[in-house]
Design a protein around this ligand. Structure first.
Ligand SMILES: [Fe+2]
Length: 159
C-alpha cells in the first residue's frame, strides 16, 4: 500500500472518530434542551444523520482494505475537542450549545472538503461521493442552526 493511501486511511479514521464525537455530543445536547423541543428535535435528527455517517465511513474503510476493528480507539481524541466546543451547564446553555454546534458543523465541513480532495487525487470515487454527501448534510444542519441561533437567543431573553 502506498504512503498516500495510508494517509487517506488515517484521515478516514479521523473522520470516523470525529463523527463518533458528534454522536456523543449531540446526544447530550438534545437531552438537556427540555425548554426548546424544536431545537432538541433538530439535534436528535442530526444525531441520527451522524450515526449513519459513522457507518458509511466504516463501509468506505473496508472497501479501501482497512481493518476497522480499532477505529473506535480514536474517538476519545475528538470527543475531547467536541466537548471543548460544548459548554458546561450554564443558564444560557441552549444559546451556547447552538453556537458550539454551529462551529462543529463547520469543522466537519472543512474535514470532508479536505478528505474529498485527497480521495479525488487518489482516485477513490466512493470516498469522494461520501464526502460530497456529508458536506451537504452538514451544510443543511448549519443552515438550520443559523435560523435557530436568532430565535433561541431572543426566546432566551423573554421573561
Ligand atoms: Fe457529521
Amino acid at each position: 500500500m502506498t504512503k498516500s493511501k495510508q494517509t487517506l486511511i488515517a484521515w478516514l479514521r479521523d473522520a470516523h472518530a470525529m463523527e463518533r464525537a458528534s454522536v456523543d455530543t449531540l446526544d447530550r445536547m438534545a437531552d438537556r434542551l427540555g425548554r426548546f423541543p424544536e431545537l432538541a428535535a433538530g439535534f436528535r435528527e442530526h444525531w441520527r444523520v451522524s450515526l449513519a455517517q459513522v457507518q458509511r465511513i466504516e463501509v468506505c474503510l473496508k472497501q479501501i482494505g482497512s481493518d476497522t476493528s480499532t477505529v473506535k480507539d480514536l474517538a476519545s481524541r475528538f470527543i475531547g475537542i467536541a466537548r471543548a466546543f460544548a459548554v458546561e451547564v450554564t443558564p444560557d446553555e441552549p444559546v451556547k450549545d447552538c453556537l458550539a454546534d454551529y462551529s462543529w458543523r463547520h469543522f466537519e465541513i472543512g474535514a470532508y472538503l479536505s478528505l474529498g480532495a485527497a480521495a479525488a487525487v487518489l482516485e477513490e470515487p466512493e470516498v469522494v461521493r461520501m464526502c460530497e454527501e456529508h458536506v451537504q448534510q452538514e451544510r443543511a444542519m448549519a443552515d438550520w442552526l443559523e435560523r435557530q441561533i436568532r430565535e433561541v437567543t431572543q426566546d432566551f431573553l423573554r421573561p
